[in-house]
Design a protein around this ligand. Structure first.
Ligand code: HEC
Length: 146
């Protein structure tokens, strides 16, 4: 717990996932899934800024970001498994637990898209990997996030 929080804080200093991460959910299940999404968001921000040229391309940093997104995508089915949606900070839709298999499929698609970017070694390769990755976020958020 300590390590994960520390890592998240570090990622936020670099990436800033947005204030939602700190809008403290009280429910530990909601906290856990928002932490995983927060890590994904922070790393997405890093590679997004690189892709836009706001920060310099850095292959090692980009590859690390894709790897962290893949690792956290793999945790999505576990951290979302418990149906828990009464915390006012939750932005999850009940449809997740009504369409659980589809939700897991979308988490797997995110993991695959992130793994596909694991070897990016140029801004062009980064740009090419960003499209499917962003598409995977959108496919799930459209249906399952408020
Ligand atoms: C399998 C479905 C799914 C995928 C894929 C997915 N998300 Fe999410 N995401 C969610 C859900 C559901 C929530 C709302 C969770 C909650 O509030 O309980 C969420 C919340 C978030 C949040 C807000 C976290 C917070 O602290 O409240 C961020 C940031 C985020 N996602 C970023 C991303 C990015 C970036 C990607 C793609 C790289 C992505 N997500 C892919 C389902 C998904």
């Amino acid at each position: 717990m300590f390590t994960r929080k520390t890592a998240l804080a570090a990622a936020l200093v670099i990436g800033t996932a947005g204030t939602a991460v700190f809008a403290a959910a009280m429910d530990p299940d909601v906290q856990a899934r928002q932490e995983v999404m927060g890590m994904i968001g922070a790393n997405m921000k890093t590679i997004g800024e690189m892709a836009q040229g706001k920060i310099a391309f850095d292959a090692a940093a980009a590859q690390a970001a894709f790897a962290t997104i893949a690792e956290n995508a793999a945790k999505v089915p576990t951290v979302f498994e418990t149906e828990s949606n009464t915390d006012p900070e939750s932005e999850a839709r009940d449809d997740i637990w009504m369409n659980w298999e589809d939700f897991v499929t979308k988490a797997t698609a995110l993991q695959s898209a992130a793994e596909a970017g694991a070897g990016v070694d140029s801004p062009e390769a980064l740009g090419a990997a960003m499209g499917p990755l962003g598409g995977a976020c959108k496919d799930c958020h459209t249906l399952y996030k408020e």
